[in-house]
Write a protein that binds this ligand. Structure first.
Ligand code: SF4
Ligand code: SF4
Length: 696
């Protein structure tokens, strides 16, 4: 072809791209919070294999998943073609293809066949996405012109390549009398058969060169367009998946030396871009704006201001808009290290505080995101700055904070009454029975809240019946700190965590059982950072095991149809989905039904992320997917949908495995006049089935 032409094209295209890439790289260094994601390389590479090359998460939306996988496969295959065509620019051989990949070499033939097939797949994928964007127009997606431009560029790339191939065959026939149909490229051959009668030889020649140069021009145009929009993910997805959070959503980032930072009056949490970590910026670059996160966000789906996708887009755009100023003050410019003029404050300049306070930390967004973007850490980090530095948070939280600070529980109840729930049940204190196999970590709700106390009473009676050796801390137990941590009061969380760990070290506690998923998550996943390492089990897991081993037997029939509600903190957070279902299924006569939104797609009850201790945010949209209103009402309605509606709800029940879910769902039923539908913890259901009938 033309070596000079190809040299100029590549030089201009790649140099301009290098300039943009350099700026994006520098912008990532604006974040000064240290974060090491170079550990567990085997697991990281496995993630890349499964989730980038295998596209596993994409298939959570079937149509879009298949279409995306086809386009991804096409891109992977075509990248070699791009290199081959660029090399042909410097070669006089029109079939040049790096030895084994010459057009007639065995590998070359196999490659051409694959490319030909995948080209059709890519066209099908592009047409599906155009249909989705232009006709279906799902609410979750940003229907910007960028999406259409990119789809057209992809279509142009495939068309250019096929045109180059097909017109090459026609030219071969005209010059050497070779056949038009080549088995190695059936679709390009068919295209040649269609084109041949329509074109004279000059047009064939022009199209041949257009196809050849068009391929490289489109690839370079594409490359240079990517960093300016959501399709940047094509380049950043690999590092983003490779450096993803392997600890899961149950373990929030710690603040190193929080006391020292307080003394030195250093920023706590995230206030400005400099407080981010490099990975946060990489997350922003990688968002595809597919909207899957927002599509499952309980706050967004009930009309609140929070849309996780929009949060990412807004923070990313703010960085882009201030790029020059931010790059000038990044730490690499040591002189400017303390000068943050030119930086902006995220809240409220970019993010409305109502966005942050509406988050229930349910994890649905992170579960859905196909490229592993983290939300909970970012939202909590922004809350941390508001709470610990600015002193700005919903006023109702003040009561919970005060209770936690003064008496170790958000109910502000007297610690001396912490074990009152167990009255008459002969539950031992660990101080009297230090060698008990299990510490039953009761938690604040089962200790102080009347509805939740019933869970604790049912559970301990089940343990007693099965002969489980356990004891409780009683007045020595304090809140595990989850409400403080999730609401951004990290300092208070650390005080509570350290105190609890110290108490348990005094008894050499190793095995803990909890009835609260929030206690479970914090003790199992977060206390390790304070030297509190325990074998923690959720009560549903313990009870299912006791049923399996025959130490418990469900004998009393229950004629209810029951929908089980998955708690986020045991479900999505800790992958405990089956034990509660196994318990319900073991109860004779009970019919277990599943809501459409269940297991890892279960919707939050609305209590997590410290929502339990504050009012819900204002409703700003009336077109919400789950109905504008309270999260617990929306969730209750989803569960009611799969229960028989006759008899006013009598004979039906909603089961849960979390004291907070119990509160939210029973409120949801009561508020909507559905009191006849019973709402109980699985332990309560099991106790009814196991308990000897009165008088027997
Ligand atoms: S954690 Fe839940 S509530 Fe928070 S942004 Fe994600 S989906 Fe929405
Ligand atoms: S954060 Fe993830 S799920 Fe949400 S829009 Fe971006 S890529 Fe999609």
């Amino acid at each position: 072809m033309s070596a000079l032409g190809m040299t100029l094209l590549l030089a201009i295209g790649l140099l301009v791209f290098a300039q943009t890439a350099r700026r994006r790289w520098q912008l990532m260094q604006v974040g000064r919070t240290a974060l090491d994601r170079g550990d567990r390389m085997g697991d990281r590479l496995r993630s890349v294999w499964l989730y980038m090359f295998g596209q596993l998460r994409m298939f959570r939306y079937k149509g879009a998943g298949v279409a995306h996988a086809l386009i991804f496969a096409g891109f992977s295959v075509l990248s070699l073609r791009t290199i081959i065509l660029a090399a042909r620019g410097f070669s006089s051989d029109p079939e040049f293809g790096f030895w084994l990949f010459d057009d007639d070499a065995p590998l070359g033939v196999a490659y051409l066949f694959l490319k030909d097939l995948i080209g059709i797949g890519v066209i099908a994928g592009v047409l599906y996405f155009l249909y989705l964007r232009i006709v279906v127009r799902p609410q979750r997606m940003n229907l910007s012109a960028e999406g259409i431009v990119i789809l057209c560029l992809i279509l142009g790339l495939i068309t250019a390549d096929m045109t180059y191939e097909a017109t090459g065959y026609i030219r071969g026939q005209q010059a050497h009398g070779t056949g038009l149909f080549h088995l190695k490229t059936p679709f390009a051959s068919l295209y040649a058969l269609i084109l041949k009668p329509l074109l004279n030889s000059e047009a064939v020649s022009n199209l041949y060169y257009l196809g050849f140069w068009g391929h490289t021009v489109i690839v370079l145009a594409f490359l240079n367009y990517l960093p300016y929009g959501k399709h940047f993910h094509i380049l950043t997805v690999l590092p983003n998946v490779l450096t993803r959070n392997l600890d899961g959503i149950g373990r929030l980032r710690n603040i190193e030396d929080i006391e020292g930072r307080l003394e030195r009056e250093e920023t706590l949490g995230v206030k400005q871009p400099r407080d981010l970590a490099w990975k946060d910026v990489l997350d922003f670059y990688t968002c595809t704006e597919c909207g899957r996160c927002s599509d499952h966000c309980p706050a967004n789906n009930t009309g609140k201001l929070l849309s996780p996708k929009q949060l990412t887009v807004d923070m990313r755009n703010a960085l882009y808009e201030n790029e020059q100023a931010l790059i000038a003050i990044r730490p690499a410019d040591a002189e400017a290290d303390s000068d943050d003029s030119g930086a902006f404050t995220f809240v409220p300049e970019v993010v409305n505080p109502d966005v942050l306070w509406a988050c229930t930390t349910c994890g649905a967004c992170e579960q859905e995101c196909p490229v592993f973007i983290s939300y909970i850490d970012k939202i909590v980090d922004l809350r941390r700055n508001l709470v610990m530095e600015q002193g700005e948070f919903p006023p109702q939280l003040q009561n919970a904070f005060r209770g936690l600070e003064t008496v170790g529980n958000p109910y502000s109840a007297g610690p001396e009454t912490r074990a009152d729930w167990a009255e008459g049940l002969n539950v031992p204190l660990i101080s009297d029975k230090p060698d008990a196999e299990y510490l039953y970590w009761v938690g604040c709700a089962p200790s102080y809240d009347d509805r939740s106390r019933k869970i604790a009473r049912a559970f301990v009676q089940l343990m007693q019946k099965a002969g489980v050796d356990f004891a409780i801390l009683g007045p020595e137990e304090m809140c595990n700190g989850d409400p403080a941590r999730r609401s951004g009061n990290e300092y208070l969380f650390e005080i509570l965590a350290k105190q609890n760990v110290e108490t348990m070290q005094g008894y050499n506690i190793r095995k803990i059982v909890t009835t609260c998923p929030h206690c479970f998550n914090t003790l199992a996943n977060e206390y390790g950072a304070f030297d509190g390492n325990y074998d923690v089990i959720h009560h549903t897991d313990l009870l299912a095991g006791l049923l399996d081993s025959g130490r418990l037997k469900a004998v009393n029939a229950c004629s209810e149809t029951v929908a089980y509600h998955d708690s986020c903190y045991i479900g999505r957070y800790n992958d405990i989905y089956d034990p509660p279902r196994r318990i319900l299924e073991a109860i004779p006569g009970l019919k277990l039904v599943e809501a459409e939104e269940s297991r890892d797609r279960g919707m939050c009850c609305g209590a997590g992320g410290a929502q339990m201790w504050k009012e819900e945010e204002e409703i700003v949209r009336d077109d919400a997917k789950a109905g504008s209103g309270k999260v617990n009402h929306a969730r209750t309605n989803q569960l009611l949908k799969v229960l028989p509606s006759g008899n006013g709800g009598g004979g039906c029940g909603i089961a849960s495995a979390c004291p907070f879910c119990k509160t939210m769902l029973s409120d949801g039923l009561n508020d909507q006049g559905r009191e006849q539908v019973r709402q109980k913890d699985v332990a309560e259901y099991l106790w009814e089935a196991v308990e000897e009938p009165a008088g027997s």
